[in-house]
Design a protein around this ligand. Structure first.
Ligand code: SF4
Ligand code: SF4
Length: 439
């Protein structure tokens, strides 16, 4: 097992979430010829107008770190930590410089030099692998919300005084459920030794703890489509560890998930959150090639399907006569850049004659959600979001759809702030409503 994950070969259309051995990171940084073509596509540059917060600025800063011209990587922390890891810059760059992966490496370098903050390490390595502990935290958040304590303390400025990130989180997250998705879903009974289910359903943390209606809707769709499924007893996919540069934390979660999915060797691994789907597909980059863990990760990643990839081949019940509805679609970066998924959700929607899809202007742009990014960097995140919200409202659509809970919470927050009547729904939630309606 290596201490750092690998970067892909250059020119290989990388998924934008892993870090790299420093030598490889340096080779990648050196591929940047500083042309600046990527700059006008980068959401953080567009939001701030700050060249340092562009892909070129970030790559050159990390080059200076790796060459020893900047002795402490933490001096570049503002540049490295504010990258949304969206991956758009790599898509438009002629050299395909994997800036998002390089930024993952840069964040890891800060930890190697300065040590990882104890609280972050505790969350990534102790809490995330333990769903019960995750549950305690979200139940505490539910009680605070229910009693109005979190909102009140935020209004009084108390939360902001304790932590700017907590204050931003309280502002954004409208509702926290008491019952999580796993408790709401009735897992289909499976007899031991019976036929393998068609799919094994990965429960993402976003839909499990924050928006269980997404998982419930996905389960409903599977039932309506006659697809047999089992609920996976998975843990977090590891994306937070990859995001923050703690690859060991990500690797530990990957090993647990690989073990658990091997119980269903012949079933498709279905993921209804594009961020988690991209992460599971990226597992091989966490392990040294030629090792048993790498082989197992390759096998797992080949079985993963993002929801729309799976749904595009399904035969849908007849919904003719349904009320017309206009929608627009926000492509999560982890779908369009990390997995190259753009047409599948559109193919799914085209199967419903009552649905009119209006394309979203600047659909190539990130919404600024980025998991915990919206809490950690609320100013940039909200600036990026304002542009997304204005674009959504300009379409005149009644509903905006997406396929990642992080994007859903972010877009929903932007629309609420703008007092817009546009509803934000996950693709599963929308399809369930379509099938539920009397025709
Ligand atoms: S990352 Fe690519 S597009 Fe951007 S400045 Fe470097 S070479 Fe040019
Ligand atoms: S990954 Fe996204 S936010 Fe980061 S430098 Fe590239 S375009 Fe900008």
């Amino acid at each position: 097992m290596t201490s750092e994950p690998r970067l892909p070969e250059l020119k290989s259309a990388p998924a934008p979430m892993t870090g790299a051995a420093e030598g490889t990171a340096y080779a990648c940084v050196m591929q940047c010829n500083r042309c600046g073509f990527c700059t006008s596509f980068c959401p953080t540059y567009l939001a701030t107008g700050d060249e340092a917060l562009s892909p070129r600025g970030r790559n050159q800063a990390y080059r200076a770190v790796l060459e020893g011209r900047i002795p402490h990587a933490s001096e570049g922390d503002r540049l490295f930590s504010t990258c949304l890891l969206c991956g758009e810059c790599t898509t438009v760059c002629f050299s395909e410089v994997p800036t998002a992966k390089i930024m993952g490496n840069a964040r890891g370098k800060i930890f190697r030099q300065e040590g990882e903050p104890a609280l972050l390490k505790f969350i990534l390595r102790f809490i995330l692998p333990r769903p019960r502990w995750m549950g305690y935290i979200f139940r505490a958040a539910f009680l605070m919300k229910k009693a109005g304590l979190s909102r009140l303390s935020n209004r009084m400025g108390l939360l902001g005084w304790i932590s700017r990130e907590l204050s931003a989180a309280e502002d954004m997250v409208d509702d926290v459920p008491w019952l999580f998705a796993r408790e709401r879903l009735k897992a289909p009974a499976r007899s031991p030794g019976g036929p393998a289910p068609d799919v094994v359903f990965f429960l993402s943390c976003g839909s499990h703890y924050l928006r269980p209606s997404v998982a419930e809707s996905t389960a409903y769709l599977l039932e309506r489509l006659g697809v047999s499924y089992a609920l996976a007893d998975n843990v977090c996919c590891g994306l937070p560890g990859m995001t923050y540069g703690d690859f060991e934390a990500a690797r530990r979660l990957a090993v647990i998930n690989i073990d658990r999915f091997e119980k269903y060797p012949d079933s498709v691994i279905l993921v209804d959150d594009s961020s988690c789907a991209a992460t599971l597909k990226d597992y091989p980059s966490l392990f040294q090639e030629g090792t048993a863990d790498h082989t197992r990760a390759v096998r797992l990643s080949g079985r993963v399907k993002d929801l729309s990839e799976f749904l595009k081949d399904q035969k849908w019940p007849d919904t003719s006569g349904a009320e017309p509805v206009t929608v627009t679609y926000h492509d999560p970066c982890k779908a369009q850049y990390a997995q190259k998924i753009v047409s599948p959700p559109r193919t799914v929607l085209s199967a419903f004659p009552s649905v009119e899809l209006t394309e979203l202007p600047e659909s190539d742009q990130c919404c600024g959600g980025g998991g915990t990014y919206s809490f950690m960097h609320p100013d940039i995140s909200r600036e990026v979001l304002s542009r997304k919200t204005a674009n959504i409202m300009s379409t005149g659509a009644e509903v905006v759809l997406t396929s990642a809970v992080s994007c859903l919470i972010q877009v929903d927050y932007g629309l609420r702030r703008a007092r817009s009547g546009v509803r934000a729904l996950h693709l599963s939630e929308f399809l369930k409503r379509l099938l539920d309606r009397p025709h």
